[in-house]
Write a protein that binds this ligand. Sequence first.
Ligand SMILES: *[C@@H]1O[C@H](CO)[C@@H](O)[C@H](O)[C@H]1NC(C)=O
Ligand SMILES: *[C@@H]1O[C@H](CO)[C@@H](O)[C@H](O)[C@H]1NC(C)=O
Ligand SMILES: *[C@@H]1O[C@H](CO)[C@@H](O)[C@H](O)[C@H]1NC(C)=O
Ligand SMILES: *[C@@H]1O[C@H](CO)[C@@H](O)[C@H](O)[C@H]1NC(C)=O
Ligand SMILES: *[C@@H]1O[C@H](CO)[C@@H](O)[C@H](O)[C@H]1NC(C)=O
Length: 262
Amino acid sequence: MGTLRGLWNRFPTALSLFAVVSSLVRANNSPWIQYPDTGFATMTHYDLPLDFIASCGCSTESTHFPTAAMSQMAYGSSSAYGASCGRCFNLTLLNTFLSTPPFFPNVTNSVVVKVTDKCPVSAHWCSAMQGKPNQAGVFLNFDLAWPSSSIPDDFFPSDASLYGYTDFGVWNISYASVPCSSWGGQSNITSFGVAPNLGDSVCCPTDPFTDPNTTCPSFSDLNGISPTSAPAVPSSASSLSYSSYTFLLIYPILLGLYQLSL
Ligand SMILES: *[C@@H]1O[C@H](CO)[C@@H](O)[C@H](O)[C@H]1NC(C)=O
Ligand SMILES: *[C@@H]1O[C@H](CO)[C@@H](O)[C@H](O)[C@H]1NC(C)=O
Ligand SMILES: *[C@@H]1O[C@H](CO)[C@@H](O)[C@H](O)[C@H]1NC(C)=O
Ligand SMILES: *[C@@H]1O[C@H](CO)[C@@H](O)[C@H](O)[C@H]1NC(C)=O
Ligand SMILES: *[C@@H]1O[C@H](CO)[C@@H](O)[C@H](O)[C@H]1NC(C)=O
């Protein structure tokens, strides 16, 4: 009897322990990368046509201001919108690391971007998975839409006389989540929000960082689509990351050169 009561008394504890453990297991089962508000990342760049509607479905006007595609597993969906859509980040260039020697510019260039697109997990620098960083040891890649009418052409510093080229392809950067009030597009209300008449496969909140209630759900989770599915055939810029695909092709060569230099 005493044993039974003891068990019964402990039952609620056991039950809540079970609830805690199962919610932890559930959280760990989420394939999406949860990232801190600040940290290090890599940055590549890609061609996003002006007035193009990218993965999140943000209005065409957003392309007139700095935007970026985020690596798929941090973006939060393998299709259409994910949790990072609409978030704003201050991105600061630190150094290159594939070049010989690494390049540490004598200027510190930053840009505040809004995430409007997904960089597919199949693209080399966007390949980080939960617990498995990319080749630079970081979990986030920002694929900057550049050249852009809103970002100076010399945003990426270079030293052609030393390196013989100006485009390093990938940079080590620091990132900081910032309120979208510091994004260039905030002065023009039409550059916020979703493109009209596109139904419910779009989600582009004004500022999910300062108003987490507006964070987009994961379109692929909602629709039972595999989180790691990636377009096999490039079909639209919403899922394309041109520079990243180029990098996928030339990376083995660069890696070889980099290893030779060590
Ligand atoms: C972005 O980061 C740079 C470098 O730390 C800083 O100088 C700049 O003030 C930041 N901009 C915003 C809007 O936070
Ligand atoms: C990026 O910069 C940070 C801070 O300087 C440094 O600790 C890290 O090693 C750098 N990563 C690469 C890949 O250069
Ligand atoms: C900064 O570096 C660039 C190339 O690395 C060089 O051309 C330029 O003169 C430098 N500027 C200053 C102020 O040192
Ligand atoms: C704001 O958006 C409207 C509509 O797209 C556009 O005509 C106007 O030029 C934009 N203004 C600025 C300052 O970008
Ligand atoms: C977010 O949602 C919660 C729960 O519905 C609510 O209590 C809270 O006030 C909301 N916050 C904002 C900033 O709207």
